[in-house]
Design a protein around this ligand. Structure first.
Ligand code: FA5
Length: 348
């Protein structure tokens, strides 16, 4: 072959490579093309190897043609390589992209537990009636939980709430609070009346667990202490609260009961919202649902916190938040509320 034949051979190889390159879309095929047109078995290497046998005057011409070919091939291959790289990166970035704006990567957002929702709803109603929120510890002294509430050691009334005792290591008798009533004591010790306060939170009892009884549950407590407070104020407060919570047509009733820390004491009930008092399974066909206890603060309790029972009067009430959630949502098993099965909790 002479120099001009070699040059035209290289030119047609370049044209062919350019055509093939237009079809290529991935880096593997590009590497194969590179090998085919510049590798050891390519026409380029073959001509280069045979260059030493060429006539002297052809050698520089062929040398130049080989260089031009190589430069041109490298240029178009490099250009294609960049194109492919960009496309491949785009696909990779797209597949690895995290949508940080959603925050959950396809899972549902979740919401407040039904008891927390209920607690906040109840708190909001009392806030709208001028009550503030008080707090107390869940590991409580026997004195706050019982003695200051007119339940001395070994008093039969202790049997009303089966208690879990705690060894807090400080020599003092401690309990897991059995009700939210010790928060009343803490609030009264913290400052003088007037007091219009509520307390919400977890309480513990060594209970036999059944459909309506849990060993860990939640209560809301109310306490009002002022001058000239009467049973009518208690009655009116419970009625106002229940109407706001369950609707204007709701009726309330107090029936005599006993609590050591109130005198007189009562259980308060509401007209059954499910059957409008005509009788159903939820209200055991009585038309009424009992919700909690209440009464006028016993003078012995005022004495325990250093208040003058001749000067001030007060009322208190307490009821189960879980029970009221069961009532509102017609849940017949208290355990469902605490099993934390998402399929159940999602409904509320
Ligand atoms: C008390 O705990 C009194 N401290 C309430 C009180 C406060 C009376 C202020 C007077 C003045 P009792 O033990 O009845 O009372 O509980 C009150 C409410 O808690 C019950 O009516 C019920 O709604 C709820 N409750 C009681 N035990 C359980 C339980 N094991 N599981 C779920 N809810 C319960």
């Amino acid at each position: 072959m002479n120099a001009s034949e070699i040059s035209s051979k290289l030119e047609s190889a370049r044209d062919l490579a350019t055509e093939e390159l237009a079809q290529i879309t991935d880096s593997t095929s590009l590497a194969e093309l590179d090998n085919k047109y510049l590798g050891k078995t390519s026409i380029y290497s073959e001509i280069k190897r045979g260059a030493k046998d060429l006539a002297n005057e052809d050698k520089p011409i062929v040398g130049k043609a080989l260089n031009v070919y190589r430069e041109a091939m490298l240029e178009i291959i490099e250009k294609k390589s960049q194109e492919i790289q960009e496309k491949e990166n785009q696909v990779k970035y797209e597949s690895e992209r995290l949508d940080l704006s959603s925050g959950t990567h396809g899972r549902s957002h979740g919401h407040l537990h039904v008891v927390t929702q209920m607690k906040r709803e109840l708190e909001d109603i009392f806030f709208s009636m001028g009550y503030s929120l008080s707090e107390g510890p869940e590991v409580e002294t026997d004195w706050h939980n019982f003695q200051a509430l007119n339940v001395p050691p070994a008093h039969p009334a202790r049997a009303m709430q089966d208690t879990l005792y705690v060894d807090a290591g400080d020599g003092e008798q401690s309990v897991l609070r059995t009700h939210t009533s010790p928060v009343q004591i803490r609030r009264m010790l913290a400052g003088p009346p007037p007091i219009y306060t509520i307390a919400t939170g977890r309480v513990y009892r060594n209970e036999a667990i059944d459909a309506r009884h849990a060993a860990v549950f939640h209560q809301i407590e109310g306490l009002a202490v002022d001058t000239n407070i009467t049973l009518r104020d208690l009655r009116g407060t419970i009625e106002t609260f229940m109407k706001r919570f369950l609707g204007e047509s709701t009726r309330t009733r107090l029936i005599p009961s006993f609590f050591p820390f109130t005198e007189p004491s009562a259980e308060f009930g509401v007209s059954c919202p499910f059957c409008e008092m005509s009788g159903c399974r939820v209200c055991s066909h009585t038309g009424w649902i009992e919700l909690g206890g209440c009464g006028m603060v016993d003078p012995n309790v005022f004495e325990a916190v250093g208040y003058d029972a001749e000067q001030v009067q007060g009322f208190a009430f307490g009821f189960g938040i879980d029970r009221i959630a069961m009532l509102k949502y017609n849940i017949d098993e208290v355990r469902l509320i605490f099993d934390n099965d998402v399929r159940f909790l999602e409904q509320y």
